[in-house]
Design a protein around this ligand. Structure first.
Ligand SMILES: Cc1ncc(COP(=O)(O)O)c(C=O)c1O
Length: 495
């Protein structure tokens, strides 16, 4: 119980200035409310500002300051933020942002971040309610993806980490828990499979795991960008004949370049036939299952052994909020749990609790990512999130249709979800492909819309990934208009 004596001690602490709490809470309150209001103003007026603008050298110089050894006034620091940081973000909250695959965030998620920061919870373990919030999210994700009661899950920074953790789990399933101690032997000869369109973090996961990215066979894709299932099976058979040990197949629920969704039911059958762990990288697409019109695209996702996805992309939860769902939480324990004297568990009290996340993933200290996710899901509901995803896909289809009607533009890949890859080809189809990199750079500098650049079959492509719940038809129109204008201003070879 907190006593008057404790209060007195706290007062002494403050007197000696060892506490970092403010002396004047009233002034802090005023300043805090000001900071919050400023942020609301910024979010409310996003559309009137550039998506992105080049940070001036003066702003960068301010962040090349000496290490502060003495205190500064919070209001002054906030003024530096307001003038020099806030206007020069990467723009992914803006309705005109269509680059890479980045979520737009939610205001309620932002408020939850503040509450989580205040609570400063460490979700490695112990018996406290923040852990229960994460468990609630695990139960909800089980429900979203129709996973069984045995399923577990864990928040991680993002899908890159979630894919890496899945590789570790699959390795342990195949070789047994001892591989954690013995490491891979020359006889292990593990091999895994994914399509040639798999995200770069997957081969990197193989590099980090010590298995090596050469052991990840990249299988060709069909005309829809989906893994070629026949080629996959032939490769597995060949590997087995050559003495390799196939252990994992990775499907994509939304490939990074074009948003293609692999035939997940077929991958399940192959995994069953060859005793493979079946993992799905659903970083950008999996949450599309929340939209009734998109859900059929993900048929079979409920059958995978593990699923990586990002609440911070289509789930609109502020960064970062990656997640791994695992069909049997015991596989997680086998891969990560260990005894450490300093983490001794009690049957009751603070060191109690029957679910310590540090036993289910690689992190010990973990932040409260679950709270902003819980707030976002509770305040908006899954229907609104699903509707926003459907709307993104409608915009993507409308953009694809418009591109096909424009003689100077060319659609470069089928549009399965919310990603549109296209190129400016000029009036006679003679524009050099390189003009597209220039167009994207100019679009970024102009600041009305911000797609990104990718390469398809070695050719530069303008890539609009429509992820933000704030993006509207006017933003798509602005994209097409600006691409046509900039393209027509280029010095193109004449026919
Ligand atoms: C298909 C796919 N997988 C994995 C990732 C990596 O996710 P994260 O950036 O959350 O680590 C991405 C990122 O865009 C992605 O699109």
């Amino acid at each position: 119980m907190f006593s008057l004596q404790d209060a007195g001690r706290a007062a002494v602490d403050r007197h000696e200035r060892t506490s970092l709490d403010p002396d004047d809470w009233q002034a802090l309150r005023k300043q805090g409310h000001q900071m919050l209001d400023d942020m609301f103003d910024h979010l409310q007026s996003l559309g009137t500002k550039p998506v992105w603008q080049h940070p001036p050298s003066s702003a960068r110089a301010l962040l090349d300051a000496p290490l502060p050894t003495k205190a500064s006034d919070l209001a002054e620091i906030h003024a530096i933020f307001r003038e020099n940081i806030l206007p020069y973000g990467s723009g992914n909250i803006h309705p005109g942002f269509m680059g890479w695959v980045q979520g737009g965030g939610t205001v309620t998620g932002m408020l939850a971040e503040m509450l989580a920061g205040g609570l400063n919870a460490n979700l490695g373990g112990r018996d406290h309610m923040p852990i229960e919030v994460e468990r609630q999210i695990i139960r909800w994700t089980r429900e979203i993806f129709s996973f069984p009661e045995t399923a577990g899950g864990i928040f991680l920074t993002g899908a890159s980490q979630a894919n890496f953790v899945a590789v570790q789990i699959a390795r342990c399933r195949k070789l047994g828990r001892d591989v954690r101690v013995t490491g891979l032997s020359d006889e292990s000869r593990l091999v895994a499979y994914a399509s040639s369109e798999v995200h770069g973090c997957v081969p990197r996961a193989f590099e980090m795991s010590g298995i090596g990215s050469d052991q990840l066979r990249r299988i060709p894709v069909n005309h829809l960008g989906q893994i070629d299932v026949d080629a996959l099976e032939q490769t597995i058979l060949r590997d087995r004949q050559e003495g390799f040990v196939p252990f994992l197949v990775i499907g994509s629920a939304g490939t990074v370049n074009t948003g293609a969704v692999d035939d997940l039911a077929a991958l399940r059958r192959i995994a069953d036939g060859y005793d493979l762990h079946f993992h799905v990288d659903g970083a950008l697409g999996a949450l599309g299952i929340l939209s009734p019109d998109l859900a059929p695209l993900f048929a079979g996702i409920d059958s995978c052994d593990s699923l990586a996805f990002d609440f911070h992309k289509w789930g609109q939860v502020p960064y970062d909020a990656g997640f791994l769902l695992v069909r049997d939480s015991e596989w997680q324990r086998q891969t990560f749990a260990s005894d450490a004297a300093y983490l001794s568990r009690a049957t009751t009290g603070l060191a109690g609790g029957d679910w310590w996340p540090c036993d289910y993933g690689p992190d010990l200290s973990r932040g409260f990512r679950a709270l902003k996710t819980w707030f976002t899901l509770k305040t908006h509901g899954t229907e609104a999130l699903g509707n926003a995803m459907s709307a993104n896909c409608r915009l993507a289809r409308a953009l694809a249709g418009r591109i096909e009607r424009e003689p100077t533009l060319k659609l470069l890949a089928p549009v399965a979800l919310n990603i549109v890859c296209f190129a400016y080809v000029g009036p006679n189809g003679t524009a050099p492909a390189s003009v597209n990199s220039h167009i994207v750079e100019r679009l970024h500098a102009e600041g009305r819309v911000a797609p990104s650049l990718t390469h398809l079959n070695g050719q530069p492509a303008i890539r609009a990934a429509i992820v933000n719940h704030r993006t509207r038809q006017a933003d798509i129109d602005a994209l097409v208009h600006s691409v046509l204008t900039i393209g027509s201003q280029q010095d193109l070879p004449q026919c």
